[in-house]
Design a protein around this ligand. Structure first.
Ligand code: ADP
Length: 278
């Protein structure tokens, strides 16, 4: 395996047991690679298999067919389970389900205590993690008094303290208000840029995928498309056919094109405003 490839799914399939005893296939032939240090978005609407894929990526689920490799470690190897879990941190949708400590400090300490990290080292890691998510002045705060965005940042600090190689945000912004969404997304971008952390942002908001190195589009349990945001979002009709939206700037350009007005292809609203005002 190329050492730049942090994560690889090779022809992965997965099936759930349905209520009527039928087997329900939810992933088929999923095959992609994620490079170390990259920011990847997985885009797809509800039920397309994104969460199932996220769980396969940190061995919460094991593939039925194919292989999932994390830094060359096969998730099916039971002896590597805890090493894999330490490598791959997950942040889920509901911030309230992830907070376990009575204070922010206790919460970040929780995972480290489970890992048996010694108290001196723990102190260093907690402080570092809270600085990196910008929550160091909330050490003694009660998590339930924080905003949704702040709670997600504390959840991310808990993961950072375990020194992972990749953080998967599984719809981690979906329950937040616009400010909270920006807070979490900006933090993810900062951790990627400044600390070289690999980020996988699972989302159904196309606007969030603009900032990625790569977008993987899921539809009905399969990878529909994979590429740079500019490549993927240029395929407006193909995405529309499967009920997926594109960023606002692309949508507007597409609508104006049908009225005979041609604008350059841009993904950011700000750039679009600049072009229109020229
Ligand atoms: P997404 O994250 O894109 O919304 P999921 O991976 O959660 O997609 O779900 C994919 C499909 O698998 C959906 O049809 C969902 O109903 C089904 N599914 C998810 N979890 C289970 C489960 N525990 N048991 C049975 N079916 C499930």
């Amino acid at each position: 395996m190329n050492e730049d490839n942090l994560l690889a799914l090779r022809d992965v399939s997965y099936t759930y047991d349905g209520e009527d005893g039928q087997r329900v296939p939810v992933l088929q032939g999923v095959d992609f690679t994620i490079q170390k240090g990259s920011f990847v978005s997985v885009l797809g609407h509800n039920g397309s298999g994104k969460s199932t894929m996220a769980k396969l990526m940190n061995a919460l689920l094991l593939p039925e067919g194919g292989t999932v490799l994390i830094s060359g470690m096969d998730t099916k190897d039971g002896e590597l389970l805890w090493e894999i879990r330490r490598h791959v941190g997950m942040v889920f949708q509901n911030p309230d389900n992830q907070i376990v400590g009575a204070t922010v400090e206790d919460d970040v300490a929780f995972g480290l205590e489970n890992m048996g990290v010694d108290p001196k080292e723990m102190r260093v890691r907690i402080d570092e993690a809270l600085v990196s998510v910008g929550m160091d002045s909330y050490l003694q705060a009660q998590p339930h008094r924080l905003s949704g965005g702040q709670k997600q940042r504390v959840a991310i600090a808990g993961i950072m303290a375990m020194r992972p190689s990749v953080i998967i945000l599984d719809e981690a912004t979906a329950m937040l208000d616009p400010q909270g969404r920006m807070e979490v997304l900006n933090l993810a971008r900062q951790l990627n840029r400044d600390e070289g952390l690999t980020i996988i942002n699972i989302t159904h908001f196309p606007e969030e995928a603009i900032y990625s190195d790569k977008v993987i589009v899921m539809n009905a349990g399969e990878v529909l498309m994979e590429g740079k945001p500019s490549e993927v979002f240029n395929e407006v009709d193909r995405l529309k056919q499967v009920g997926l939206d594109v960023p606002f700037a692309v949508r507007l350009r597409h609508a104006l094109h049908s009225k005979g007005i041609d604008l350059p292809f841009v993904l950011h609203q700000e750039e679009l405003v600049e072009h229109v005002c020229k």
